[in-house]
Design a protein around this ligand. Structure first.
Ligand code: BTN
Length: 330
């Protein structure tokens, strides 16, 4: 056990309401400087530790943040790679796949320096979020990778409901919304098996704003983004980032294992959809079109009745924007 863990364990024990630095040093066989440094490190990683003159240290709460240890313990059947920061978890997953990683692997980070979004966009990934990529080695015949993304959307909503008791919506195709603002984005990428000439693995990249103060994002995003909690101190004691990762992975595998025969998760996708019945704008073949969303089919394609022609468009890719006040003429 390292010094930080030893001190945390001591502070967590029921009979150590307040413990002086000297007592910690004596009982754990450490120098006062080592105790002081470890307390500073624990605070840096999110633990709230009070220091009261003449009484000592008091652990107010442990950190909701994830770690290599907590993630590996929660998901022992997976190869888990945790980083405090990384360029992009999807890039790391690609590297693993190119090196022939054949087991399902999970790459998780607390911060990304070059997070990637859809359509070549940047995905802002400050500290406080959960950034994960899941490498799914597959020989399944999933006709359309839209289904994988939709499965991930439903898995994320289920996990957030179970762990945080928060209801979220899905904006086709792959954004999770909370109180009408974007909470989470998904980027799925196929890895081609060059020898067989087929998709050998799928990378599902997920970024969730967990306890990211909105001030951490560029100002132009402040009106459109949200986070589950406003900051670390806002996170309920019983909830940790690891619980979310564990639940997302388990929910996704649950759907994924039967995806060829069981598409019932799409019913929940439709129920949580915030675009069905709404007037939207979309770009298709470089042309702006608008219409009313009628539904989502069993391939997770969007069915839109075009305003001008009345024709039904089946969208398998792209993006739609909701029209202001759901106004047909907006
Ligand atoms: C989007 O909203 O455009 C999709 C965002 C996907 C972001 C996730 S965060 C983890 C993984 N690593 C990345 O670089 N991107 C995905």
């Amino acid at each position: 056990m390292n010094t930080k863990d030893k001190i945390l364990k001591y502070l967590e024990s029921p009979d150590s309401e307040y413990v002086s630095g000297q007592m910690l040093a004596e009982n754990l066989g450490l120098s006062r400087t080592a105790v002081w440094k470890a307390i500073a490190d624990l605070r840096k990683s999110g633990a709230v530790i009070e220091a009261v003159t003449n009484r000592g240290y008091h652990l107010v709460r442990t950190t909701p943040k994830m770690s290599q240890k907590s993630l590996s313990e929660a998901l022992p059947e997976l190869d888990v790679y945790y980083f405090d920061e990384i360029d992009s978890t999807n890039n790391y997953c690609k590297m693993l796949a190119s090196k022939g990683e054949r087991k399902n692997a999970l790459v998780v980070s607390s911060k990304q320096l070059k997070g990637r979004g859809r359509l070549g966009r940047i995905f802002e990934s400050p500290d406080g979020g959960i950034y994960l990529s899941f490498l799914l080695n597959t020989n399944k015949k999933v006709e359309d990778n839209m289904l994988v993304t939709s499965a991930a959307s439903v898995a994320i909503c289920r996990a957030i409901k179970k762990v945080c008791d928060i209801d979220t919506q899905i904006k086709w195709v792959n954004d999770i919304y909370y109180n009408s603002k974007k909470l989470c984005g998904i980027l799925s990428e196929g890895v081609i098996d060059m020898e067989a000439g087929v998709i050998g693995a799928i990378i599902v990249g997920i970024g969730i704003n967990f306890s990211t103060p909105i001030s951490m994002f560029p100002v132009e995003l402040h009106d459109t983004l949200t986070s589950l909690y406003e900051g670390e101190n806002d996170v309920p004691q019983s909830i940790t980032q690891t619980m979310i990762v564990e639940s997302v992975v388990k929910e996704l595998l649950n759907i994924w294992d039967n995806i060829e025969n069981d598409k019932s998760f799409l019913d929940e996708y439709r129920k949580r959809s915030c675009v069905i019945g709404r007037y939207v704008n979309l770009f298709r073949n470089n042309e702006k079109q608008s219409g009313l969303v009628l539904g989502i089919d069993d391939s997770a394609h969007l069915l839109v009745k075009e305003d001008e022609t009345g024709k039904i468009i089946e969208l398998g890719t792209g993006e739609v924007t909701l029209r202001l006040n759901n106004d047909k003429n907006n």
